[in-house]
Design a protein around this ligand. Structure first.
Ligand SMILES: [Zn+2]
Length: 184
């Protein structure tokens, strides 16, 4: 157990952002929106120790939490792909947003249709892009600022290099969606 007797050491430790805690502002904002909508405290947790291929989000309305599971391979992804992967799981929560009102509503992104997958990836693209633009304006982390083309290429290979059986079909549909949403 680390000792936090020294405030300087404690401050340094507190300032460090673990990889799995990226997009924490986005997650906290979503937690607050869901809490307000459901009128009961809601928690979103991110875990990074799921077995390979088990990256997903499980939403449990009955117990008032959602768990985003990132598999152990995710940790080794380059930063842009890591952010897209985490953002994708957040996208599933946005896709199901209206249904979250249901007190006992549950879902797992494992059961998502291809339409939901396309939505969640398109959401991930725009979330990661817009966070970068915000950093550009406000002077945030320069390693998290991406040109649309570079971001789209990272997203393309994140999907095409995966083991998903329908990856070509998914990328084709997502590419069409991104063009429709003004990303050439
Ligand atoms: Zn998904």
């Amino acid at each position: 157990m680390p000792s936090y007797e020294n405030p300087r050491e404690a401050g340094k430790e507190a300032a460090w952002i673990d990889k799995k805690n990226q997009l924490a502002h986005t997650i906290r904002k979503l937690e607050q929106c869901v809490t307000k909508m459901r009128r009961r405290p809601f928690v979103i947790r991110v875990k990074n120790d799921a077995p390979e291929g088990m990256t997903r989000v499980d939403f449990n309305g009955k117990w008032n939490y959602a768990d985003i599971f990132l598999d152990t391979a995710t940790e080794h992804l380059e930063n842009v792909k890591f952010r897209l992967t985490l953002a994708h799981e957040i996208g599933h929560i946005y896709f199901n947003y209206d249904a979250l009102r249901g007190a006992e509503f549950t879902f797992s992104s494992f059961d998502a249709t291809i339409g939901e997958e396309v939505y969640a990836w398109a959401f991930a693209f725009w979330l990661v892009f817009e966070k970068g633009e915000m950093f550009r304006e406000r002077g945030g982390d320069p390693t998290c600022i991406y040109a649309k083309d570079d971001l789209k290429t990272a997203l393309k290979y994140l999907i095409l290099d995966s083991r998903k059986p329908n990856k070509e079909d998914l990328w084709g549909k997502l590419d069409g969606k991104l063009r429709e949403l003004d990303c050439q």
